[in-house]
Design a binder for this molecule. Sequence first.
Ligand code: CAA
Length: 391
Amino acid sequence: MTVGIDKIAFFTSPYYIETADLAKARGVDPNKYLIGIGQKRQSVIPPTQDTVTLAANAAVKVLTQEDRDTIDMVILGTETGIDNSKAGAIYIQELLGITQAARAFEIKQACYGATAGVQMAVEHVTLHPHSKVLVIASDIARYGLKTAGEVTQGGGAVAMLISSDPEILILGGQSAFHSENIMDFWRPLYRREALVDGHYSTDVYIDFFNKTWQQYQQATGQSLSDFSAFVFHLPFTKMGLKALRSVVSTSEHADRLLHEFDFSTQYGEIVGNLYTGSLYLSLLSLLANSDQLHIGDRIGLFSYGSGAQGEFYSGQLATGFKRQLLKTSVEDVLTNRQQLTIPEYEQLYSTDISLHAGDVDFDTQKDESRFLLAGRHGGQLKYVDSSLKRG
Ligand code: CAA
């Protein structure tokens, strides 16, 4: 029996900005954002979408009724949760109609949370082969208007169904991890926007990648020649490129691995940082866009969560990965987005309810997504399934 990712789906907001427009508004040369940072567009999250709705809108694309009846664990990886106590996974479970005979909970460790969820899910299904686990990575990346991190914002969710005999990626092999108490990026309880020591964070990311890659090679005896591609957590696409270059620069495999890396950044560069979902959007981007991959190929995954936790692991492509309509499914979401001007983005950015008490109702007519945040009454968030109303 094999265990791994059987289904994968992505969702982001229906709005975006061009980073070239943002650069002009901030008095920066657009090439700094387009080339120096490596980001072309950035999703802008309206008040009608939050971590829960983004997650449910991703997962609903792939779940069958049989999945809903069989899933016995729903894990939400997020660092931008919707409550200081209650897990977003409980709302997601209900919105998706997943059986109540399931565990539903949330994991937080910055951008690493979903990787912990994936590893837990793989171990669970290995012990219980008839189980299915829904792992969803969902976040909204916010640094604040006119900050250095503003160009690296974004948001969205990637949902993965972990099962036995998976169609997409076989997991369960060796992992290498490293954790260390450092202050490169964090978000105190009183803040909605992250605090970050930006340049330090990029150095630590590369250091953790090198450490875990070395450990992994020592433990497995594998080397660059065993890998068809590497996918990275991409806070911005240049970050992954710098990390990859740090290990391939003098290698005969450099051209091949850098070429495949480009496929893994195609979606991230027009969505922005998804925090914990970002690594899995890179995987989706690689699988949907590369034409050089074959069944059995080994893909390396580097997960990084500031604060900090790094993990390098790998998977092998399963027999059905080409049968999945990954490209159509992602591009349906991305081509139907509406471009915002910078003043429109700034206005949406300021309509955030998370740190302010009081009742609020949102205009749900403008957002055509299936699951919506309608508002908050008496401190309770109100989610709606718009298909029930429209249907
Ligand atoms: N044309 C082309 N390139 C240009 C340029 C131009 N006109 N002007 C500048 N550049 C290049 C610079 O040379 C530089 O390239 P290199 O890094 O290859 O040298 C690049 O653009 C960025 O320039 P700066 O370093 O001057 O940019 P900055 O000071 O404004 O900050 C940043 C960049 C630190 C990434 C900032 O955006 C930031 O703080 N982002 C948030 C933190 C982050 O994403 N950290 C990543 C690791 S932490 C993590 O992974 C967890 C997470 O998700 C947050």
